[in-house]
Structures are given as C-alpha cells and as structure tokens.
Design a protein around this ligand. Structure first.
Ligand code: PSU
Ligand code: MN
Length: 306
C-alpha cells in the first residue's frame, strides 16, 4: 500500500516556500472540550495562528485519510461528533488508516504526523505525561516517548496536575527532551502558573527558542522540545484552589475503574463539571495563548531558515 498525507493547499504552499506553519491537534477538539466551545476554540486558535504570521495545520484522520489542515466543515464535524470519534495515539494510527475510520489525534500522533509533513512547531493545550500512581498502573502517555522521536517543538501550558509532574519531568529528562520555560523558571501546571517544580532551562523570546531548535537539530539530536508556556494570569486557577478538585477527580476515576486512553478525557470532563466551566475557560485561554507563542516561534524559525 502506498501512503500519502492529505496536505491542504494552504499548508502545502507554505511548506514549499519554507514559510511558518503551526500544527494543531484534534483530540483537544473531540475529547478535550465540549461542543460547541471546542469548535469555537479550534477556529479561534487557527485565526490566532494566521494573525501572527503562520499557517495553521489542524491534524486529524477522516475516513482513513490523514489530513494536514482541515476545512471549516471538517472542524465542525470533529467537534460535533466529539467523543464518538476515536482518540488516536501513535499505536492507533495504522488501524484508523487501514479501516478508513475517523480519528482525533493526540499530542503524540499529531507530533509524528506533523514531522512526516515537515512541520516543526505545534501548539496544544497541555501534553500528556506520567499519571499519578504510574508506578503501579504503568500509565505513561505515549506523548512522552514521542518527544524522544519526532523533531517537533510543542507549546504547552506545562502539564496538568492530574499527572505526577515530578515523574513527568524525570521521564522527559531520561528521554533527553529539553523542557524550556517560556518566560518562566517554573514548570507551569496547566490551570496554574506555578507547580513548585523548576524547569531545567528558560528562554524569554521566540527567537531564542528558534535558536535552540536549530542547534538541537543541526547537532543531530533528534526529538522534540517542550516549550512550557504558563496560562495568562487573568485566567489562572491557583494551585491551592484546583488541587482538591483534581484529587477528587483522580479518586473518582480510580473508583470507577477508568483506565487506559479514557483516563485523560474523563478527568478533563470531571474537572470542568465540578468547577462549573471555570476550568474550561482557563483551558480555552491557555490554548489561545499557546497558539500565539507557537506562531511566533514558527515565524522565527522560518526567518532563520531563509
Ligand atoms: N491534556 C489536556 N487536554 C487534552 C489532552 C491532554 O489538557 O485534550 C489530550 C492530548 O491530546 C494528549 C492526550 O495528547 O490527551 C493524552 O492522552 P493520554 O494521557 O491517554 O496519552
Ligand atoms: Mn494513558
């Protein structure tokens, strides 16, 4: 079987010119947020990328076709169908393609497909990581190992405190993945700007990040970079306020026997419901901010290339 990515015209033209492109994932749309906020956010995020000098490439699988860049109708379809669309991580890619299914791609599979397309900057909400209790469950997101493989910088609001952030940072260190605080010395905890965990390095501009990426890949150091970008202050939910909600959600998932790929979407929905949508507002704000920073990094990277 011959395989080809379905790259839309805008994205293809930008890639051919060496212009700035930002990849976007689709699990955050189908599984990370409720309809219709998911579609609204996906559209706004694409617009923010464009307004900041880059072309957005939202990635998903539709009827077995790997789409790099979606039409507005395709975005709407993904958002409306939501959780009935399979969450597709790297291991699920061949099944979705062979069976001509629809699939919402996670950070891991979006990174892999972006790299195949030649896209090196990607904006998400928050990456997956090492779950609490992973020493027993082995629940470590495939996002972690993907960072060791794909040459993609991912702009993320740190990682959620639904995870074990200390183990997540240890794992990234083991895998040789730079974790860069963007204007911060602390690894952000998604809803909160602070986590109590230091980042190993810090950059204060998109140009500095672009330099780091060029150095890494010029040295033959394959793999991704975590660009940890804290949620804007106005939208943050302080760690003290959200901690109990997260703990209760994790306990409920455990008691309910939620495992595997269902854990993350379950926790996100549970936290949004318990906070009466405040966590959703925070999630939207940080996703938009990550898109802005990713566009700036993609623009800086394409300048240096030309
Ligand atoms: N974190 C979020 N929102 C999300 C996700 C993570 O704040 O929507 C999604 C991303 O697509 C991420 C995936 O790659 O969940 C991780 O799932 P798992 O833990 O099953 O690997
Ligand atoms: Mn998992």
């Amino acid at each position: 079987m011959a395989f080809e990515l379905s790259i839309n015209a805008d994205v293809r033209t930008a890639l051919e010119k060496g212009a700035a492109v930002v990849a976007l994932e689709s699990t955050i749309i189908a599984h990370g947020m409720p309809y219709p906020q998911n579609v609204e956010t996906a559209r706004e995020v694409e617009k923010i990328v464009r307004d900041n000098g880059a072309i957005p490439a939202t990635i998903a699988i539709l009827s077995g076709e790997v789409k790099i860049g979606l039409t507005p109708d395709e975005l709407q379809y993904l958002g409306r169908e939501g959780r009935s669309i399979a969450k597709v991580s790297v291991r699920d890619l061949p099944f979705a393609v062979a069976q001509k299914r629809d699939g919402a791609t996670t950070v891991a599979s979006t990174m892999r497909l972006a790299a195949m397309a030649g896209i090196h900057v990607f904006a998400t909400g928050g990456i997956g990581g090492v779950h609490r209790g992973a020493e027993k469950t082995f629940d470590i997101s495939a996002d972690m190992t993907e960072f060791a493989n794909s040459n993609v910088a991912v702009v993320t609001a740190g990682a959620k405190a639904i995870l074990d952030l200390a183990l997540t940072l240890e794992t990234l260190e083991t895998l040789g993945v730079p974790v860069v605080g963007f204007g911060t010395d602390e690894f952000p905890a998604f809803y909160s700007r602070a986590s109590g965990h230091a980042v190993p390095m810090r950059c204060d501009s998109a140009a500095e990040i672009a330099d780091l990426l060029r150095a890494k890949w010029a040295m033959g150091l394959n793999g991704g970079v975590v660009v940890a970008n804290p949620i804007p202050e106005a939208f943050e939910i302080p760690a003290e306020e959200i901690a109990a909600v997260i703990e209760a959600a994790v306990a409920k998932a455990r008691a309910g026997g939620i495992t595997g790929k269902h854990v993350t979407p379950f926790l996100l929905a549970e936290i949004a419901s318990v906070t009466s949508g405040r966590s959703l507002t925070a999630n939207i704000a940080l996703a938009r901010h990550n898109a802005l920073v990713a566009a700036q990094i993609a623009a800086a990277l394409s300048e240096k290339r030309s």
